[in-house]
Design a protein around this ligand. Structure first.
Ligand SMILES: [Zn+2]
Length: 135
């Protein structure tokens, strides 16, 4: 019998420096075989803006993120969605504490997508290896 391969979903920055760290973290800590990456520049800022501005909530980029996460949940059976912020982000050029605030607001937006999945928040440090779980 074929093994069922497990997936996780990550709403990640498109920054190439964080891809391996986040993928490895999810494989190790959530015992998944594959990690679906939904990428935007500074997605925590994009999703945070949508949590406080209903016009942003219906924007094409939010709809696209929701669609991609939906594929991961419904077609790949992902049970966890990670949202990522990182040091030195060109898409969200703010300090860590502010980005953590964005991550928490982003969580509200993703909760409103109403997928049956755990939502976690991750921070990647400037060594491009250290991944900290915020929530
Ligand atoms: Zn970034």
């Amino acid at each position: 019998m074929e093994n069922i391969k497990k997936f996780a979903c990550v709403i990640n920055c498109m920054d190439g420096r964080v891809q391996d760290a986040v993928k490895d973290y999810m494989k190790k800590n959530y015992a998944v075989d594959y990690v679906d990456m939904v990428t935007e520049p500074g997605p925590n800022k994009i999703l945070a803006d949508a949590s406080t501005n209903s016009a942003q909530l219906n924007s094409a980029v939010i709809e696209d993120i929701k669609k991609c996460v939906g594929v991961s949940i419904h077609h790949h059976g992902s049970k966890v969605i990670a949202i990522v912020g990182h040091f030195g982000c060109a898409g969200n050029p703010t300090e860590k504490l502010e980005q953590i605030t964005h991550l928490k607001l982003a969580q509200k937006t993703v909760e409103n997508f109403s997928f049956q999945a755990e939502i976690i928040l991750l921070w990647v440090d400037g060594d491009w290896q250290t991944v900290e779980k915020i929530i």
